[in-house]
Design a binder for this molecule. Structure first.
Ligand code: HEC
Length: 111
């Protein structure tokens, strides 16, 4: 009896451990984050052809050369730290999970 209870407790803990990060990850609406924080400069279509984006020199996320020339880690780095006088850092505004969730949004423009 005790053994069975222990097994059940163990399984519940294991399931919680496996499922919880999924739930948290799914709670982030990356598209919504992009719309509220990035569209102003990078544009709805990721082209960077907005008044601000053009003026500051944002690159076109749709271009293969851009997509090939940047790693996922570099995208997260850029979001976290920004570029002085061009793009503000987001490390104090977005969680690490949110910044990582934005990578597929940026990648999506290249497809
Ligand atoms: C104030 C305008 C502005 C906002 C807001 C902004 N960016 Fe940027 N972003 C830029 C500019 C300008 C560059 C080019 C920086 C450079 O040349 O170093 C850039 C570069 C980037 C790059 C690297 C592309 C490259 O040229 O190598 C990524 C990825 C990126 N931004 C993602 C984002 C994401 C995601 C958000 C929203 C969380 C965001 N940006 C918000 C202006 C902005």
């Amino acid at each position: 009896m005790l053994k069975r209870m222990l097994i059940i407790a163990f399984l519940q803990a294991a399931i919680g451990y496996l499922v919880l990060p999924e739930i948290i990850a799914n709670d982030i609406d990356a598209q919504d984050l992009y719309t509220s924080h990035c569209v102003l400069c990078h544009g709805e279509d990721g082209s960077g052809k907005t008044d601000l984006g053009s003026g500051l020199g944002a690159r076109d996320f749709n271009e293969k050369a851009f997509q090939d020339g940047i790693t996922d880690e570099q995208i997260v780095e850029q979001i976290a730290h920004g570029t002085e006088d061009k793009m503000m850092p987001f490390q104090d505004k977005l969680s690490s999970e949110e910044m990582h969730a934005l990578v597929p949004v940026i990648r999506g423009f290249g497809k």
